[in-house]
Design a protein around this ligand. Structure first.
Ligand code: ZN
Ligand code: ZN
Length: 231
């Protein structure tokens, strides 16, 4: 079926409100306007900060800077961003991935600084991957990579342990819960890399993975996430 005929018979529906929309990604303009856009965040970890620029650091980064150099997030982890991410992650609605990736790619495409040489999705442990059937971070990275013309390597980095979800781990144990969680299966082929994930909450996961990438020789490590929670 040709594209226009398909569009006529099955017009894309907004992933949030169900309205017919010509827009790709399939979010209508009204829903796009209502998204919780993250306008101003910490220059290091993207934690939401009051308006006034992305150059200042939050208190946590001033006290203890993370192993990554900079983070980019496009949305607050609030409704309906959380709903879209959960649909992707837990309902296996893979069609949500390009919608979210396009939002983040749009933000990244406007920046002046150089893009990374490689995108590395945060890996799932193989037991979790088997259970879910896909890694949402890999799905997002693939779409981001295609849009921004940056290669993706989803095999290089491994998750060694089936760690307890961070959300179920007491705050003070979260860092310890991740120690030794990641390793690389080969040489890091790039000096400037970006870790890709769906959400960043405490930042400990990205921090631990960034530490591993630095040890492997990365000169600059970024973190790209769709949504950032304020905690
Ligand atoms: Zn809508
Ligand atoms: Zn910060």
């Amino acid at each position: 079926m040709t594209g226009w005929l398909q569009a006529l018979l099955f017009p894309p529906r907004c992933r949030l409100c169900g309205a017919a929309t010509a827009a790709d990604p399939a979010l209508c303009q009204a829903c796009l306007d209502d998204l919780p856009w993250l306008e101003s965040g910490c220059g290091r970890c993207a934690r939401p900060l009051p308006a006034g620029g992305d150059t200042r650091w939050c208190g946590a980064c001033l006290k203890r800077p993370p192993a990554f150099d900079a983070a980019t997030a496009v949305l607050h982890y609030q409704s309906p961003a959380d709903y879209l991410i959960q649909r992707l992650k837990f309902s296996g609605e893979l069609a949500v991935a390009p919608v979210l990736a396009r939002l983040l790619a749009g933000k990244i495409a406007t920046r002046a600084s150089a893009l990374p040489d490689l995108l590395i999705p945060v890996p799932l442990h193989r037991a979790r991957l088997h259970e879910r059937g896909f890694n949402q971070a890999t799905e997002l990275a693939r779409h981001l990579g295609r849009r921004l013309s940056v290669p993706v390597d989803h095999r290089l980095c491994r998750r060694n342990r089936h760690t307890q979800p961070q959300s179920l781990t007491p705050l003070r144990l979260r860092r310890r819960n991740l120690r030794g969680a990641f390793s690389l299966s080969g040489e890091l082929p790039a000096a400037h890399v970006a870790i890709v994930d769906d959400v960043m909450t405490t930042g400990h996961t990205a921090d631990e993975l960034a530490r591993v990438l630095r040890r492997a020789g990365a000169a600059r490590v970024e973190v790209w996430v769709i949504a950032r929670s304020g905690h």
